[in-house]
Design a binder for this molecule. Structure first.
Ligand SMILES: [Zn+2]
Length: 328
């Protein structure tokens, strides 16, 4: 079962989350494999999308926010887009768009950052967004401080978190076709007196990279190997890494309250998309074929609109709420 394990280090300004996606991730993989248009993802893309999915669940579980977290890569290579959405209840879906073939040994930059123009975007979309209200979005490049191409997706996100939240974060991510997993260790901002201490040496520990406890724990976390993360259960991983630390663990989130596959597509959303397309365009498609077929890239669901459906869509546009949201 897919699980989220949150924990604190007793008395230290450090917290962590461990995520293991099994059934939820396999559902995404098998739906893609069953897709007759696209077929299964090549290995390196499987790995990237799995790491992104684990990371998106880690981030969603690590913030107090009532809305969807969307993690996207806009690639300038054969992989044009990779996107993961995680809802507040950890319902999740993911998909990627690949143009052409991909070598089994393709690196991150060979997939999405060939000309160093690839971007990663993190969007927080509030649950009850008011009309006109923009979702929060942060965008980071896929290169480091000296414009060197990053080859680990975890490095891209660590960069992002340092920039946007000013928080030291260590991420370890791994995925294959069965498991997508990740470990996040984050230093909490110093509370109360620590922040007020001003110029005393103690206050300097709040600077990025200067907390000894965090550095020790981050070093332990980054010693976690890909194979261990993919094959060991959460208790074994946490014990192996932090056996000498005092861990305060929360009740794991799994099953109904844990990460699970869920797609938010619907016939209503596709109908709105047709409305945005316009009657003229819709009818011109129908001159060439018996119906308009829209497939959901996330779950594989096919939505069909024949001439009667299309006539209905454009006859009563007032009954649908206005909106420009396109179906993915
Ligand atoms: Zn869908």
């Amino acid at each position: 079962m897919s699980e989220i394990h949150k924990f604190l280090f007793d008395g230290l300004p450090v917290r962590g989350v461990l995520v293991r996606l099994t059934d939820a991730w396999r559902e995404i993989m098998s739906r893609r494999a069953a897709n007759t248009t696209h077929g299964a993802y090549p290995l390196p893309l499987q790995e990237l999308l799995g790491e992104m999915t684990a990371a998106a669940v880690l981030m969603q579980s690590n913030i107090k926010f009532d809305g969807a977290l969307v993690l996207q890569i806009f690639g300038d290579g054969p992989v044009k887009l990779a996107v993961v959405e995680v809802q507040p209840d950890f319902g999740l879906r993911a998909t990627a768009t690949l143009n052409g073939a991909l070598n089994d040994t393709a690196s991150l930059s060979q997939m999405v950052n060939v000309g160093n123009e690839g971007r990663c975007a993190i969007t927080l979309d509030p649950q009850n967004r008011q009309p006109g209200q923009q979702p929060y979005q942060g965008v980071v490049p896929l290169f480091g401080d000296r414009h060197e191409k990053l080859e680990k997706f975890s490095d891209v996100l660590q960069h992002y978190m340092l920039q946007s939240e000013q928080l030291d974060t260590t991420l370890v991510l791994a995925a294959d076709d069965q498991v997508a997993a990740g470990l996040l260790i984050q230093r909490l901002p110093m509370q109360g007196a620590g922040n007020l201490a001003g110029s005393t040496p103690r206050a300097n520990e709040d600077d990025i990279g200067l907390n000894e406890d965090y550095n020790r724990i981050a070093l332990l976390a980054s010693s976690l190997k890909r194979d261990e993360l993919l094959t060991l259960d959460a208790d074994t991983i946490l014990h192996r890494l932090f056996w000498d630390e005092k861990l305060l663990r929360f009740e794991p989130l799994s099953g109904f309250s844990g990460p699970h596959f869920s797609c938010t597509c619907s016939r209503e959303r596709v109908t709105r998309m047709l409305l945005n397309l316009g009657a003229e365009e819709a009818h011109s498609i129908l001159q060439e074929r018996p119906d308009i077929e829209v497939g959901c890239d996330f779950c594989g669901q096919q939505y069909r609109f024949d001439a009667v459906d299309v006539a209905q869509v454009f006859r009563q546009p007032d009954q649908l709420p206005p909106g420009s949201e396109a179906v993915h």
